[in-house]
Each structure stands twice: as structure tokens, then as C-alpha cells.
Design a protein around this ligand. Structure first.
Ligand code: GLN
Length: 275
């Protein structure tokens, strides 16, 4: 039997063309240009089998990021496993806003709560080499992924294990606290659709109405922020007003929201009085 050519897989119609190419690039460990230039090369049976296994998992709904084991965020390649949420492009506005907040602070102390893959904390640490970045997560498995990413990307981040502020040593004062906490309501049907089905449920939903962890983060921020320090959180498409209200009630100033790439108010924040 003649071996199939690379071309025959590039024409796999069961998946979108981009996904076919990405899976083939991954299996053959070659860039796109190589694939297209070598499309009449014979495909080794092991490579064909590896491709088929990934294609079947993709057809069953597994996220591309888990199949490839990586996802780009803020121009950096992060390793991701099913122990962590897949970084979203929408979250880049949180990092950009965080960087603006500490633009005028030398050696800023930054805390990322519920760091997951470490995407937020590591992106901040790489953009601000002088920052002292601490990142927490309640999941030891997530922290292992995050620590691996910090190592691979040469970012200096201190990881601590525990729920929200419980992980943070007493006496630390921060110029900035950021978080992308679980904010999907536990009865949201989206949890049973698409990529979300495969992501850690505890990273997506607070097990209640979606605002509980956001409230916990707001309530604990005051005593951990330096005067004038900022808090910014990502939240759901319909939660901006509720989060702004929480911030205002907790005494934060300059409370406002910012939109994500789709024009939805996706993050809200404010500053602690003073400073
Ligand atoms: N933005 C994610 C989603 O709805 C949820 C992420 C989160 O809960 N922090 O797909």
C-alpha cells in the first residue's frame, strides 16, 4: 500500500482548515510554510495515526489549546493543560490596564489572584522586569503549570497556594491587585457548551450566581492595597454594574469599566483612597 501524502490530510474536511493545519503542524513539528511546500511528501504511518487520534478528539469537542498543549497570550506562548483555564484574548485588556496602573510606580508590587496558567502574572512580570509579582491559586495542579510557564518564559513570579487572600502572607502591601476569577453562574448553560465543557469547572464558576468570588476579592483588597493602589477584575458580560457597585461600596475611587475586543464591558476596577 502506498503511504498517504501530507496533502491528503490537509484536505481533511471533518475539521476547519485552520485546525487541520494546526494539528498537522503539531504532529509533524513543522511550521505552516513547510507543510505547504512538502504537501506531496509521504506521511509516516505513526504521524498519520497521531493526527487521526487528535482529529477524533477535536471532533469530540476537546479545545484546540488542550490538544496542542499551548496557547498564545500577550505574544507569549503558554503551556496549558486541563488543570487550567485557556487564556482568552479578551483578558489581554486586563493586563494592558494593569500595566497602565503601575506605569508610574518603580518596582511595583503586584498580586494576581487565581492565576491558573499564570498568563496574567507572567505577562505583567515580563513587561515590567522591575515588578515584584505574586500569584496565587487554590489548585496545586494549576500552580505547577503556572510555575512551568514562568520558568519557560523566564519570568520572575512568586507563586503561593491557597484560596484568594488566604494564600497571601500577612503584611504584604500591593500597588496593584488583578484577578480573572470564576464568574460564570453555576446554572449558566454555556458551561455545558464548547470549550467550557473541558475546562476546570472551579475556574469558571463560583458555584453560585457568579458574583461571590468577585465580592470576596473586592472585600479583601482594601487591607492588602497600599493607599492609591488599584484593583482590576475581569467579569461577565452582564456584571459590570454590579462589580462597580461593589467597588464603590467598598470605598474605591475612580471606579470604572473597560471593554473587551467585542465591545463588552469586561473588566472593572478602581483605586484605594490616598496615595
Ligand atoms: N470568559 C470565560 C468564558 O465565559 C469565563 C472565564 C472566567 O470565568 N473567569 O468563557
Amino acid at each position: 500500500m502506498t503511504k498517504p501524502q501530507i496533502k491528503s490530510l490537509l484536505l481533511d474536511t471533518r475539521l476547519p482548515r485552520l485546525e487541520v493545519r494546526m494539528l498537522l503542524e503539531h504532529v509533524l513539528d513543522k511550521p505552516r510554510a513547510w507543510l505547504l511546500a512538502h504537501d506531496t511528501d509521504a506521511l509516516a504511518p505513526e504521524a498519520a495515526a497521531a493526527y487521526e487520534a487528535l482529529a477524533l478528539r477535536r471532533i469530540a469537542g476537546e479545545p484546540m489549546a488542550y490538544l496542542l498543549g499551548q496557547r498564545e497570550f500577550m505574544g507569549h506562548l503558554f503551556r496549558v493543560t486541563p488543570d487550567v483555564l485557556i487564556p482568552r484574548p479578551d483578558t489581554e485588556v486586563l493586563v494592558e490596564t494593569a500595566l497602565e496602573c503601575v506605569a508610574g510606580v518603580a518596582g511595583p508590587a503586584v498580586l494576581d489572584l487565581g492565576t491558573g496558567s499564570g498568563a496574567i502574572a507572567i505577562s505583567i512580570a515580563l513587561a515590567r522586569r522591575d515588578a515584584r509579582v505574586m500569584a496565587s491559586d487554590v489548585s496545586a495542579a494549576a500552580l505547577a503549570v503556572a510555575a512551568g510557564n514562568a520558568w519557560n518564559l523566564t519570568a520572575s513570579v512568586r507563586f503561593v497556594e491557597g484560596s484568594w487572600y488566604e494564600a497571601v502572607p500577612a503584611g504584604e502591601g500591593f500597588d496593584l491587585i488583578v484577578s480573572n476569577p470564576p464568574y460564570v453562574a453555576s446554572d449558566d448553560p454555556h458551561l455545558d457548551q464548547g470549550d467550557l465543557r473541558f475546562e476546570p469547572r472551579g475556574a469558571l464558576t463560583d458555584g453560585a450566581g457568579g458574583l461571590e468570588d468577585l465580592a470576596r476579592i473586592v472585600q479583601g483588597a482594601g487591607s492588602r492595597l497600599k493607599p492609591g493602589g488599584a484593583l482590576w477584575m475581569e467579569h461577565g458580560w452582564d456584571q459590570a454594574q454590579a462589580v462597580r457597585d461593589m467597588l464603590a461600596e467598598a470605598g474605591f475611587e475612580s471606579v470604572h469599566s473597560r471593554q473587551d475586543l467585542a465591545g463588552i464591558e469586561r473588566i472593572s476596577g478602581g483605586r484605594k483612597r490616598g496615595g
